[in-house]
Ligand binder design. Structure first.
Ligand SMILES: [Zn+2]
Ligand SMILES: [Zn+2]
Length: 450
């Protein structure tokens, strides 16, 4: 197989992989880099000949995997886009939101290339989408040869799949983003355990050791206890979340806690896209038995849209639990604005339930000591850190030890490291070396023959 990582910045970001197996040329995912904007956030599609792809595979609908798919598909109009049924629903909502954000950024960031694609590109992409079943091979033929494509449940977020491709008796397995644990709203990954020839594996949590005994349920208990304390001292709580997946999971966690009287009745406020996705994930759960989510949770919790009179830096007009995106407090998102209002009051709590890149405002805030100043650069507001700040390990990605065990179980001829920061990849390289499993940490934009 020929393999090129088209994410120019390396690490995690504008995920896009270009591969050739026999006569078949295909790409896996095409994302946007969350920390860059405009042309700088796009993978290097120019490394693929125009109209050079036979097909495109989409693992799931987080924007770092999906965001530039309309561009890649526009350049490869004959290539079908294979994806799961939930992804076919979620992709539409995520992309139309992304288009709206880009239109706004055009003037905010003064980037004339925005939006990178238009409505017509989206409609054309939707026509090229082909839903593929789970654990049932689909055969794709070219020049008298056949390649078999099989999708497997990958957990992580509704509709996330891993792909196995088999050609002339050899197989390549792409994990995509992966979570083995069950969530409240989604069953964990169900991957094959038969041997594979090549394994392309995500490495997100290679740099994160899970302390012994620290389990997801324990982290949820700790979070609920901290929420209860903040509310009982008269404060509000901000939980920054990704709109897709994490927000719906947290709604269910809060609803359960309310029903079990672990939390007192309190208003819950949610931001727009996550509220909308509630409807989409409800619809998916009706037809897809691994997703467990009913939109009635909104009513049962009394969840409401954000109050109108929010002013950055000013005290909140209403006390409550604010479950809003972005998960990493990215500039000018609802969570960023709310944090500027809440940080300076010692009754409040800012509780992080997902990964924060160290270079994002969320990551920087977590590094700031209690009592120090924190600058909300984009809105020029400075606050002392008085609220309680905590982080909970509720990652949507598999632990490094689980990934290591999986790689050993399928005994590949070679492992290609993917979707991880340099320290995460370094940990895996070292472990695979100790186990005599050949592993490759590919440089971006270099073609490898493996
Ligand atoms: Zn993801
Ligand atoms: Zn990802």
């Amino acid at each position: 197989m020929k393999f090129t990582d088209l994410n120019p910045h390396g690490g995690i970001g504008a995920n896009c992989t270009y591969c050739q197996i026999g006569p078949f040329r295909f790409a896996l995912d095409s994302g946007l880099h969350p920390k860059h904007a405009g042309n700088d956030s796009v993978p290097r599609h120019d490394q693929i000949d125009p109209d050079g792809l036979d097909f495109i595979l989409l693992t799931h609908c987080h924007l770092d995997h999906l965001g530039s798919l309309p561009l890649l598909s526009r350049k490869n109009p004959r290539a079908p886009v294979f994806l799961s049924y939930p992804s076919s629903i979620l992709a539409r909502r995520m992309l139309s939101n992304s288009l709206a954000v880009m239109k706004r950024q055009r003037s905010e960031l003064n980037l004339p290339e925005l939006p990178l694609y238009g409505r017509a590109d989206l409609l054309a992409l939707y026509d090229r989408m082909e839903i593929i079943p789970i654990e049932e091979p689909v055969v794709f033929e070219k020049n008298g040869q056949a390649i078999e494509i099989t999708a497997y449940h990958a957990g992580h977020v509704a509709g996330a799949v891993s792909f196995e491709l088999t050609h002339q008796g050899k197989s390549v397995f792409f994990t995509g983003d992966l979570l083995f644990n069950d969530l409240r709203t989604l069953d964990g990954a169900q991957l094959p355990r038969h041997p594979v020839d090549l394994l392309v594996m995500e490495t997100t949590r290679g740099g994160a050791e899970r302390p012994p005994g620290q389990q997801r349920e324990g982290e949820i208990t700790r979070l609920l206890e901290d929420i209860r304390k903040a509310l009982s001292r008269g404060g509000s709580v901000l939980i920054p979340v990704f709109a897709l997946g994490r927000m719906q999971e947290m709604l269910v966690v809060l609803d359960e806690a309310r029903k079990n009287k672990v939390l007192p009745p309190t208003p819950v406020f949610c931001s727009g896209l996550g509220m909308d996705l509630v409807n989409h994930i409800h619809q998916i759960s009706q037809n897809f038995n691994r997703v467990h989510f009913k939109r009635k949770v909104l009513r049962s919790l009394g969840a409401q849209p954000l109050p109108r009179r929010l002013q950055p830096g000013e005290p909140l007009p209403m006390r409550g639990i604010y479950l809003v995106s972005s998960g990493m407090l990215v500039e000018n998102t609802p969570s960023y604005m709310l944090a500027s209002s809440m940080l300076g009051d010692d009754r409040n709590g800012l509780f992080f339930v997902g990964y924060c890149d160290p270079s994002t405002p969320g990551g920087q805030l977590l590094e700031t000591e209690h009592g120090e100043d924190f600058l909300f650069d984009a809105i020029d507001i400075r606050q002392k850190v008085r609220a309680s700040l905590h982080r909970y390990d509720l990652s949507g990605h598999a632990d490094r030890d689980e990934l290591l065990a999986y790689a050993e179980a399928v005994s590949p001829r070679k492992i290609i490291l993917h979707h991880g920061d340099p320290d995460a990849r370094a940990w895996f390289l070292q472990k695979f070396k100790e186990r005599n499993l050949p592993a490759l940490d590919p440089e971006p934009l270099i073609e490898y023959d493996v």
